[in-house]
Design a protein around this ligand. Sequence first.
Ligand code: FAD
Length: 365
Amino acid sequence: MSVQDHVDIAVIGGGLVGAALAYGLRRQGQRIALFDEGDSAFRASRGNFGLVCAGGKGGQLDDYAPWALQGVEVWKDFGDRLVAETGIDIELEQNGLPVFCPDPAALAERVAMMERLQRRSGLAFEVHSPAEIDRYMPGVSADVPGAVFCAIDGAANPMLLLRALHASLLTGDAVLRRDARVERLEAVSGGYRLVTAQGVTRCERVVLAAGLGNLGLGQDLGVTLPIKPMRGQILVTERCPPRMKVPSEHVRQTRDGTYLLGGSWEDVGFDTGTTAEVTRAIARRAISYFPFLSTVRLVRSWSALRILAPDNAPIYDEIAPGAFLVTCHSGVSLAAIHAGKVAGWIADGALPAEADPFRLGRFAD
Ligand SMILES: Cc1cc2nc3c(=O)[nH]c(=O)nc-3n(C[C@H](O)[C@H](O)[C@H](O)COP(=O)(O)OP(=O)(O)OC[C@H]3O[C@@H](n4cnc5c(N)ncnc54)[C@H](O)[C@@H]3O)c2cc1C
């Protein structure tokens, strides 16, 4: 098989993680090729809730709290630049985000966790009553015990974000290979060799950013990764007049007026089905927060698989010389820091001490 391309860095995976890294690497002046398997793969980036959110992150890994906050702090600049470069409005809004708690005990527990995380990261939050929530999410039930509100959080449109990142790669000398599953990844002298059905690419460095596809790619390099799928189902309603000024963790109104309802965490392996039982549970919870939703029609639903490490935090590591692993849940929230700092690390060819808490070694026990 002939060598198709020879690039500095090959990024495997064209979801939000790989595309953000490829975007950042290009800005760093690297000659890159991005490979994406396409519709046959699991693709969390096309099935997520779109929140840009630091609140609550780091519950199981303290260092994740300041990292997630940094990620959200740099989002606006990243988003503005992407929109200016591509002309695609990614619908970013960072006007705050409440996390509802179903009962007073859950609220107390959430506040305690946020206080602990705040000591680590400085993330500001407030506890809001239903009357306060009603100002930005009119129609909230007076029976809701309260919500923890982070003013810096918000949401974007994840499909438009992905489209903008890909569009940015179509200009200039980046190679974007769609429907190009990397069948084999091999270490060779001076770098790596990627084999797809279309041909072979040689690169000096490679980034494994293929979501759950990283499980197989890691094996190619002799590394077993501790990530697993975690299903989430999302319900979509008919379009309604604009009402909500901000998104919440489980209910948000999109720019086009539909409500997205979500929040299931299902440990069901690689099953991407939807179920009536979970649909009912998601709808019931949403209606308990916003009773007016009981008269709004559902029009469709889908499921997608989160890519989860045992502590829900990202993994950044160099798993073989010049082979970088980047994987996370929260690929929307971390898109800006992936395009910035993390792409910079990879362009430099080495992870700094700042990446140490996120290396695979933390799971050694
Ligand atoms: C229900 C749900 C809700 C979520 N809500 C949020 C949220 O509100 N905010 C947030 O920040 N995050 C959220 N997430 C998480 C977010 O969607 C993911 O963190 C993010 O999409 C992961 O992106 P990724 O690029 O790593 O993976 P993916 O989107 O899965 O992309 C992996 C890509 O790699 C490609 N690929 C796989 N194997 C190969 C191969 N061998 N060769 C070439 N290409 C390959 C695939 O084609 C795919 O496009 C949610 C996830 C789910 C499931």
